[in-house]
Ligand binder design. Structure first.
Ligand code: SF4
Length: 445
């Protein structure tokens, strides 16, 4: 394709067009302005919603402000996670080292806020100057008698995806360190829901209606004690597989807890998530409760979706999101409201994920891995998309091209998961696509 970097050929695929399949999971290509964030950012977005922990960024202030309140992750209790603490490293620390600064900051913050645990994030400059973050954390943990976990996530090591793995390892070090929570015979951990706009609370309610206990939500509305007890659940239900598969696999190896991948976006996948969990527990009563729940929800939801479906019929959407499971759910959810997906891309999908994505897309759909603004703009022009679904970095692409935008990333303030979320999603898509503002914008294609 003209204007595109030749070395990215294998990461771009048109369904029904080129014969090769899409290769995912590759490091970003130098010269391609990847939409992926850094390793530190990846670790921070995963751990951030643990609300009763201290999150201290050991680095220059920019790393902390870049990730300050990075998710719309809500808490039903403490909100310590929403403060962005930093050791604020300066030139003198780069020359003489920042360990003393880190030690003092940890003492001061733990004394002031009494967190249940502390996560210390190592950033690029800390990796360069070689501060021994782990030994400072070990020392403070002993002195303060709380877990103090070094998250060795220097930004330059790779991409956001590597940060996910580091965050999972940090949590794995907490899991199995407490056994005091009461658990039922049917208990699960929810992995990879971050309680954006309170979505986790809706899901928790569904599972409660089925008689299932959520032992730990990792990490939305997360609590240190729940995570410490997470090894006692019967099942891990993994949503954002890109960020949490490593933890699910670790827990399977260490504690024998099986896991299943689900998605809570769109009617089909939301209902499957409930049915699959009911099936796991082999309880007819739980399955009946799941069926009743789905029936109740759909009886209300389907008629309310109908007007949106009529209004949106024939519209075309571009999707560029973090993980492939979300992209797959979005293709299905859009189809339900009459919208065709013409571009489907992700930052962190692997080759297997893209095979699944390809299978549910229509012919002509462009699939892309680890894309950049030039490519995405070009694809929108080629396909004539009316709507872009993405995150903060894709919003300007859509607006500059004069098309609607729906925020489906971790900054969003609107619940889009579950049945209620499906209705919000349809409304959001309708409102942005049919906004009168577009009549004043001259489309550049
Ligand atoms: S790339 Fe390095 S300096 Fe930039 S935000 Fe990430 S950790 Fe901080």
């Amino acid at each position: 394709m003209a204007g595109f970097l030749k070395d990215r050929e294998k990461q771009i695929f048109t369904k029904g067009g080129n014969s090769q399949s899409l290769v995912g999971g590759k490091p970003s290509l130098a010269g391609s302005v990847s939409q992926r964030a850094c390793v530190f950012c990846g670790s921070r977005v995963v751990l951030y919603p643990i609300a009763d922990a201290l999150h201290l960024v050991h680095g220059p202030i920019g790393c902390a402000s870049y990730t300050w309140d990075i998710r719309g992750a809500m808490s039903s209790g403490p909100e310590l996670h929403r403060s962005s603490f930093s050791t604020d490293l300066r030139e003198k620390h780069v020359i003489f080292g920042g360990e003393k600064q880190l030690y003092q900051a940890l003492h001061e913050l733990i004394d002031k806020y009494h967190p249940k645990a502390a996560f210390v994030y190592s950033t690029c400059i800390v990796g360069v100057i070689g501060d021994d973050v782990q030994s400072v954390c070990k020392r403070v943990a002993k002195e303060k008698d709380i877990p103090v976990i070094a998250v060795m996530a220097e930004g330059f090591q790779g991409s956001k995806k590597d940060g996910y793995k580091i965050a999972c390892d940090a949590m794995a070090s907490l899991i199995g360190t407490d056994n005091s929570k009461e658990i039922s015979t049917m208990s699960i951990n929810i992995l990879g829901d971050f309680n954006l706009a309170g979505e986790l609370w809706m899901l928790t309610e569904y599972y409660k209606r089925m008689g299932i206990q959520i032992l730990a939500s990792i990490t939305g509305d997360g609590r240190v004690k729940d995570i410490q007890n997470a090894h006692r659940a019967s099942l891990n239900v993994v949503q954002c597989s890109g960020s949490m598969m490593h933890l699910a696999k670790t827990m399977q190896e260490q504690y024998g807890i099986p896991f299943m991948k689900v998605s809570y976006f769109g009617i089909e996948d939301m209902s499957d998530a409930l049915y699959e969990v009911a099936k796991f527990f082999k309880s007819e009563e739980t399955m009946d409760r799941a069926r009743d729940l789905v029936k109740d929800e759909l009886t209300t939801l389907l008629p309310t979706l109908e007007p949106y479906k009529v209004a949106l019929q024939g519209k075309k959407a571009a999707i560029y999101v973090g993980g492939a499971f979300k992209a797959i759910s979005l293709v299905k959810a859009l189809r339900l409201i009459g919208v065709k997906t013409v571009i489907a891309g992700t930052q962190t999908g692997n080759t297997e994920d893209y095979k699944l994505l390809e299978a549910i897309c229509d012919d002509g759909c462009i699939l892309v891995d680890d894309s950049n603004p030039v490519e995405l703009s070009e694809f929108v022009k080629q396909t004539g998309a009316d709507l872009f679904i993405g995150g903060v970095k894709e919003r300007p692409i859509a607006y500059k091209l004069g098309i609607g935008f729906c925020d489906h990333n971790h900054e969003r303030k609107l619940a889009l998961a579950g049945y209620e979320g499906m209705l919000n999603f349809a409304k959001e898509v309708y409102e942005t696509v049919s906004s009168p503002v577009w009549q004043f914008v001259k489309r550049s294609f």
